[in-house]
Design a protein around this ligand. Structure first.
Ligand code: C5P
Length: 251
């Protein structure tokens, strides 16, 4: 087949990233919204934005800011060096993560067929993980999640009959078949938009909304450095990862 008669390669699909960064981060303790807290002297959000823009496939990053913090986030992005090949936009977020992602999706211009959703709270995800997710969507998956096997055995519990009493265990899922899911999660744009239009109720990630549409979600390898900064100890780990990177870059 000559080059001219080939259908446009799926690899030509343009990729945008939505970064929900509107959470307060209460589990991290008192202080600024989580995404604006510093890691190695740089706001966590800037690390997350750079991690996405590090992929040559990503041409737009939409940051969903705390509802009253869009101006502050805009000036943060202006104040930090970011790649020229990537466009950046900031929109105010909502009450829940789901609402924040929906507001980010609504801000996407036409022409982006692949959308990644990435938590600002996962600032250190390596570019190979980002590229792996994009590649799997380009290869035809409608929804892709990076994931890792679990170290811990997981128990399903029921609420205690009396608050404060021990919770009874009702099941132990087979650990070998469980995965801890990270971000960025990657989607065919139309599928993700439909999921956000039709699925209501409490969800903790975007892929589960696509599952509820009855579509197949696939897993690609995640990375231990893509962990979510949630509790104070995660900040210590994140600083250690950054220090190790600086050491490796320096030699
Ligand atoms: O609360 P959780 O750790 O699941 O938050 C995951 C991501 O969703 C964080 O990056 C947080 O800033 C974002 N989020 C949001 N809007 C909310 C709540 C959380 O953008 N209302």
């Amino acid at each position: 087949m000559s080059d001219e008669s080939r259908p446009a390669p799926a690899a030509a699909a343009r990729t945008a990233v939505v970064i929900p960064a509107a959470g307060r981060g209460v589990r991290l303790g008192p202080g600024a919204p989580k995404a604006l807290r510093a890691l190695g002297g740089t706001p966590m959000l800037i690390h997350a934005v750079r991690a996405m823009a590090a992929s040559r496939a990503v041409s737009l990053v939409v940051v969903v800011a705390p509802p009253d913090g869009a101006a502050e986030v805009k000036s943060l992005l202006d104040a930090h060096a970011l790649p020229d090949r990537t466009d950046f936009a900031v929109v105010p977020g909502g009450e829940t993560r789901q609402e924040s992602v929906r507001l980010g999706l609504e801000a996407l211009p036409p022409g982006y067929d692949i959308v990644l959703v990435h938590d600002a709270a996962r600032p250190l995800v390596p570019v190979d993980t980002v590229d792996g997710v994009i590649e799997a969507v380009r290869d035809g998956a409608v929804a892709v999640v990076p994931a890792l096997p679990l170290a811990d055995t997981v128990k399903q519990v029921e609420p205690a009959a009396v608050p404060g009493e021990p919770e009874p265990v009702v099941a132990t899922p087979e650990r070998a078949r469980l995965r801890a899911v990270q971000t960025p999660q990657g989607f065919d744009r139309d599928t993700l938009v439909r999921a956000h239009e039709t699925v209501t109720g409490d969800v903790t990630d975007d892929a589960s909304m696509v599952e509820r549409l009855g579509r197949t979600v696939v897993v690609v390898p995640g990375h231990e450095e893509a962990f979510k900064v949630t509790r104070p100890l995660d900040l210590v780990l994140a600083e250690a990862v950054l220090a190790r990177r600086r050491l490796n870059d320096g030699f």
